[in-house]
Design a protein around this ligand. Structure first.
Ligand SMILES: Nc1ncnc2c1ncn2[C@@H]1O[C@H](COP(=O)(O)OP(=O)(O)OP(=O)(O)O)[C@@H](O)[C@H]1O
Ligand SMILES: [Mg+2]
Length: 239
């Protein structure tokens, strides 16, 4: 995937949050954004996924001009997964997936059902397909929302700390699902505080602090940080 950020600035209530972020990546396939709380990781992800537009600057994802593209067109090409699942509570796991395929992607009910069942089977969730979100465990619900994003075959998926609401066992299930996305060559940008997982799943790391990208590079920068900031962060998190 290609990511091109040009001089992005973003503030909330007059307070600068992202400060002049620029980045040009031609071939990163799985990018992990790491950094301390409040660094601006979620904000940057929200801008790349067009949940918000930046105050200033340009964002290109695979040559799509994100700021100028209509949200509804962009959302057909990308998927999102948030900290907690955002499944429709009144619909079954299966219907949560087929609804999007039918309404947004114009699949017939038969096509949508076949595709959804196929994915639920691959991700070992098919036995839960008739349950509503409240009847699923937190991990299962999060995995269904990952599959719902995947079902539209997006160019890129954006995931913001998809395991932060889960206990360690459920976290493992969800991380396994994300590793499987990687095996399927899905491209994604993930915000995560799980550095061990970032090492395993990502091929590129962005380290943010105070609204800036302080260091970025292949995953090996976690072993050999160039900046004191990343070095301290890695030592702190690994303790
Ligand atoms: N909608 C908003 N309105 C006002 N301030 C916001 C908003 N969203 C984020 N902020 C502020 O912007 C800064 C960066 O927030 P952001 O959520 O991007 O950080 P983060 O790196 O994702 O942190 P965490 O690891 O805790 O999730 C914080 O100071 C936060 O309080
Ligand atoms: Mg965040």
């Amino acid at each position: 995937m290609k990511i091109n950020l040009n001089n992005i600035n973003h503030s909330y209530h007059g307070k600068a949050i992202l400060q002049d972020i620029s980045l040009k990546l031609e071939h990163a396939e799985a990018i992990a954004i790491i950094g301390p709380s409040g660094a601006g990781k979620s904000t940057l992800l929200r801008l790349m996924s067009k949940i918000e537009n930046p105050d200033a600057g340009e964002i290109f994802v695979n040559d799509i001009d994100v700021v100028l593209t209509e949200a509804k067109d962009y959302y057909k090409k990308v998927g999102f997964v948030f900290q907690s699942h955002n499944l429709f509570p009144h619909l079954t796991a299966l219907r949560n997936i087929t609804l999007v395929l039918e309404k947004v992607h114009n699949k017939t009910p038969q096509e949508a059902t076949k595709l959804a069942i196929d994915l639920l089977t691959q991700f070992e969730l098919v036995e839960h397909m008739n349950k509503k979100p409240i009847q699923l465990s937190g991990g299962q619900a999060q995995r269904v929302s990952i599959i719902r994003s995947l079902a539209i075959n997006p160019e890129v998926m954006f995931l913001d700390e998809p395991t932060s609401a889960l206990d360690p066992i459920l976290t493992r299930e969800v991380l396994r699902t994300i590793l499987k996305l990687r095996e399927k060559n899905m491209r994604f940008v993930i915000v995560t505080h799980e550095l061990g997982f970032a090492k395993k799943v990502a091929d590129y790391i962005l380290y943010m602090e105070d609204g800036r990208i302080v260091e970025h590079g292949p995953t090996s920068i976690l072993e050999n940080p160039k900046t004191e900031s990343l070095k301290e962060f890695v030592e702190f998190v690994m303790e």
